[in-house]
Design a protein around this ligand. Structure first.
Ligand SMILES: Nc1ncnc2c1ncn2[C@@H]1O[C@H](COP(=O)(O)OP(=O)(O)OP(=O)(O)O)[C@@H](O)[C@H]1O
Ligand SMILES: [Mg+2]
Length: 226
């Protein structure tokens, strides 16, 4: 049970899966329906976390090893949670976050070969009970996602994570699907190989029913009484 009146939704999946696209579309739709929506992203989302994002994505921390990277991600996440996400949820907003704990589990945990206990301990400290109410895992073959991401940034150099082998990207896809299987209450897998519109409709159909349950004020009994 959430400890706040807001709704916390995270978007996960590999590079080019369509997370940013779908967040933008869902945010527009929810705002048009009159909801208070906050869009944010990881790594980053708050000034402290954005500073760390730069270090992580440039690859500057890579030479210090995956433990160092994982701890930097956790430091950034804690700043983001305490400065941005928790206050928004406490004010009753719908928070849409581009990547969150599952990215750490998949990127640092699975393909970085870090022990699960270490990752989970870091997560506990980083999020301090701010667990997503719903996580949408946008699923598609690594090749398709990377192709999309490369077309999008034809002239930009690939970042630290995009440079890795296709096989690594496929392992991450499997890891996301395992998380979804282990936590079916929180996670929903969305087939991201389809047209943007079709995906957007499914995403909305998953999230919309969660809104009232998340604590948005319902009419009181007395108001309803005849
Ligand atoms: N369903 C879709 N079909 C085809 N192309 C798409 C679809 N969704 C998004 N795209 C395009 O693919 C590219 C990547 O999409 P987007 O940036 O939303 O992915 P992402 O998951 O946020 O990627 P990253 O992890 O790199 O941030 C963009 O150019 C976008 O316009
Ligand atoms: Mg994106």
């Amino acid at each position: 049970m959430a400890e706040h009146p807001g709704l916390f939704v995270t978007f996960e999946g590999g590079e080019g899966a369509g997370k940013s696209t779908q967040i933008r579309r869902l945010a527009d739709r929810l705002r048009r329906a009159g909801h208070d929506v906050l869009v944010t992203r990881e790594p980053g989302g708050s000034p402290g976390a954005e500073a760390v994002r730069h270090v992580l994505l440039s690859g500057a921390a890579e030479e210090f090893g995956v433990r160092m990277e994982a701890m930097l991600f956790a430091a950034a996440r804690n700043d983001h949670v305490e400065e941005v996400i928790r206050p928004a949820l406490e004010s009753g907003a719908i928070v849409l976050c581009d990547r969150f704990i599952d990215s750490s589990r998949v990127y640092q945990g699975v393909t970085g070969n870090l022990e699960t206990d270490f990752i989970e301990a870091l997560q506990r400290v980083a999020i301090d009970r701010v667990v997503p109410d719903c996580t949408l895992i946008l699923d598609l073959p690594a090749e398709t996602g990377l192709g999309r991401a490369r077309r999008r940034a034809a002239d930009a150099a690939p970042d630290r994570f995009e440079r890795e082998e296709i096989e690594t990207h496929e392992k991450r896809r499997e890891a996301y699907l395992e998380i979804a299987e282990a936590e079916p209450q929180r996670c929903r897998v969305v087939n991201a190989e389809r047209a943007e519109d079709e995906i957007a409709d499914e995403v909305y159909a998953i999230i919309e029913p969660l809104i009232n349950r998340s604590g948005a004020p319902e009419p009181t009994e007395t108001e309803n009484a005849e």
